[in-house]
Write a protein that binds this ligand. Structure first.
Ligand code: IMP
Length: 428
């Protein structure tokens, strides 16, 4: 077998944790390749136990699976240790978690800068999660970041932190009128935390390639989503990494040719957290209905998610930019009890019909949805386990989404539980 990429096809929160968990027993490895603890993956086990994961791959909940935080991830060490402790307190075996030596460490000054920058931006803010993700990636690209392996060499760590704080403290004190940070305290704090994760530091790139050579199966678990990608998303209202499938090879250190399946996760309607354009957003009672019925509250920040109808333009776009081979459609059950279910099939931009993503940011900001109405269904579908169990109108809705999105819908989620899934075609 080879590598499978799992990627959010919308603005994140599509239910990726459920998909990873479903595949879990068929996998030998689960790898996070980008983002950090801005992510929140919820997994509900068959016994009803719920886990919210932020940094640690969802495979940690499946016995026997090896888990890797890859080189493309930004790691806040205090969050990592807290998350490990939370899992260990609930008797989850965490011994199979490895951390790439080349992943970047998210330092206290990244969090401080993220928060003050957003405040400073006022109405132009991005609506970040405030976890320091953007500032940490900025340092990576500027080649002044601190990497995980630096905790193994106190001298290097100290040099890097001192150099970083020389600039950051000027920014914090002179531009934002905040207190600077003491480099010695930052170094000591980091080294203390490192005692809790040092033994997990590995050459994960080598281990993953060796695993592929042995014929093992690796799931590359994306966080956020296609429209939050720094290159392909709704820039500047995006995260600072590449969740799209291309980012998976880079963020894990494997060749793109190793990836043979790209599984897109698609919610049966649309949600978004933070600022930025959202053509099908609903401001009426239907928006409130989707939010309430779908439990649309951020796992990481507790922020209410914005809600809207399914947007086939962005789904088609996601299919293309990721090369999606299969879709996992989640939360279909949330749409039960609607008279009709609208689907956005195209946009109207400045008086013209547009079937694909507008080329410019302004075009997307002006996009008005063109809807097609599908007849709804009233039945509770949470107990359906085959496609044929679904009411005819629900089947037709799925088939129409498949046609519009341009990739096969292989799995359908009809409830939060691990077993509340219809598998039309096996992914692995
Ligand atoms: P950042 O990733 O914290 O810099 O936030 C940038 C944008 O991405 C904001 O609009 C966030 O709300 C959004 N975002 C980041 N992580 C997630 C996620 O896991 N789900 C949904 N939105 C996210």
């Amino acid at each position: 077998m080879a590598a499978i990429v799992l990627i959010g096809a919308q603005w994140g929160d599509e239910g990726k944790g459920k998909a990873t968990d479903l595949l879990g027993e068929k996998l030998q490895w689960v790898v996070r390749y980008q983002g950090g603890n801005n992510a929140g993956h919820t997994v509900v086990l068959p016994n009803g136990e719920t886990f919210a994961l932020h940094l640690i791959p969802s495979g940690i909940l499946t016995p026997g699976v090896n888990n890797v935080i890859g080189n493309g991830v930004v790691v806040d060490p205090s969050v990592l240790l807290a998350e490990l402790k939370g899992l260990e307190d609930r008797d989850v075996d965490t011994s199979r978690l490895l951390l790439s030596a080349d992943a970047h460490l998210l330092m206290p000054y990244h969090v401080a800068i993220d928060k003050v920058t957003e405040r400073f931006l006022g109405n132009s803010k991005i609506g970040t999660t405030g976890r320091g993700i953007g500032p940490c990636y900025q340092d990576k690209i500027a080649r002044v970041g601190v990497r995980v392996a630096d905790v193994l060499d106190e001298k290097i760590l100290t040099q890097k932190v001192e150099a970083a704080l020389e600039v950051k403290n000027q920014i914090l004190t002179k531009i934002y009128n905040r207190k600077g940070l003491d480099p010695n305290e930052v170094v000591d704090g980091t080294l203390e935390l490192a005692e809790g994760f040092k033994h997990r530091i590995s050459d994960t790139r080598l281990l993953l390639n060796q695993a592929l050579e042995r014929g093992e199966t690796i799931l590359l678990e994306g966080s956020q989503g296609t429209l939050l990608d720094v290159d392909h998303g709704t820039y500047p209202y995006v995260t600072s990494s590449n969740p799209t499938a291309g980012g998976a090879a880079v963020g894990a250190g494997i060749g793109p040719g190793r990836i043979d399946t790209v599984l897109g996760i698609l919610k049966a309607y649309t949600t978004r957290v933070g600022e930025g354009p959202f053509p099908t957003e609903l401001f009426d009672e239907w928006g409130a209905y989707l939010a309430k019925t779908g439990g649309e509250v951020g796992v990481t920040t507790g922020r209410a998610r914005r809600t809207g109808w399914f947007d086939a333009v962005i789904a088609r776009y996601a299919t293309r930019v990721n090369g999606i081979t299969d879709y996992f459609l989640t939360k279909l059950d949330v749409l039960s009890s609607l008279e009709t279910v609208p689907i956005c099939v195209a946009y109207e931009v400045d008086g013209e019909r547009v079937d694909d993503m507008p080329m410019t940011q302004t075009g997307f900001h002006h996009a008005k949805p063109i809807y097609e109405e599908m007849p709804g269904w009233w039945e509770d579908i949470s107990g359906c386990r085959t496609f044929e169990d679904l009411p005819k109108n629900a089947q037709d809705y799925v088939l129409r989404l498949e046609e519009l999105s341009g990739a096969h819908i292989s799995c359908i989620g009809v409830g939060p539980g691990r077993d509340q899934t219809i598998v039309r075609r096996e992914i692995v």
